[in-house]
Design a protein around this ligand. Sequence first.
Ligand code: AHM
Ligand code: MG
Length: 335
Amino acid sequence: DSLNDIRTDIITLTRFILTEQGRYATQATGDFTLLLNSLQFAFKFISHNIRRATLVNLIGLAGATNSTGDDQKKLDVIGDEIFVNAMRASGKVKVLVSEEQEEIIVFEGDGKYCVVCDPIDGSSNLDAGVSVGTIFGVYKLQPGSAGGVRDVLRAGTEMIAAGYTMYGASANLVLTTGNGVNGFTLDNALGEFILTHPDIKMPKERSIYSVNEGNTLYWDKPTQEYFHTLKYPSEGHKPYSSRYIGSMVADMHRTLLYGGIFAYPSDSKSKNGKLRLLYECFPMAFLVEQAGGLATTGTQRILDLVPKHIHDRSGIFLGSEKEVQKVIDMYKKYE
Ligand code: AHM
Ligand code: MG
């Protein structure tokens, strides 16, 4: 490599947000930039701990005791603590919802944002070295509110930002603030998220489906028929490929980049599906729509739903526009 090839003018996440704020926000106060700085810090800290824990865990497994379950628990808690502390320290957050916390957390101070998050989603996969991730969404505090549950029991359409960080071979942050989707990769040496995937747009169609097919027995008729048609297509068409990691962030990341469909439908066993509306379905639906795709329960747009409780669940189909439209059409057929 010649020194001439080294790029000296890279776009960091902070630079990107400052530019975007200048372009779209008429009265940018810098508050959002500071919030994002605290989010970034949480992602880096969690990423570091996941790598460390994986190593500690591997050493543990090689030894006499197998405390796998315990370690897994610990990491969930560590992730949650890191997130809560980072959000409190930002001074910009009033209300926080975490998958790991029964109730909302209301911080002191005059923070103007509400953050919802799943600190480490897919944690049951950690011991197999599968990628996990942090999912998050941001609302503005309602005008005049002192911070309460009604600040977060709002439609997904009201989110002002959302994203996830996938802790894979590298830490990948995928973010939307409502002006498209951008992907950043953590440069460990610099400690900065660098813009590596500008303006992500999903392919309109792609023959890949991603679902836990072990639940087929419990699915409703439209879901069963939809997936059946992918595997037994009409004459002259090829069946779809199946890809299911079982870690939403990783399945979502692939779907965003390659296209196709990811689903966790509601079924007779899990009446409202498995995934949480506020901090799993909403952020992913927001990203998918911003990347040109769709997210639906089968009959309703995900982002139009309003949670009644912070930990509410919802069935979800998300992905490429044409693939998800086929699901919507199937549900119409059964109406
Ligand atoms: P978690 O929040 O307890 O980690 O569960 C959520 C995870 C998602 O990452 C993933 O899409 C789903 O559960 C997989 O569920 P299943 O094992 O039923 O296929
Ligand atoms: Mg989760």
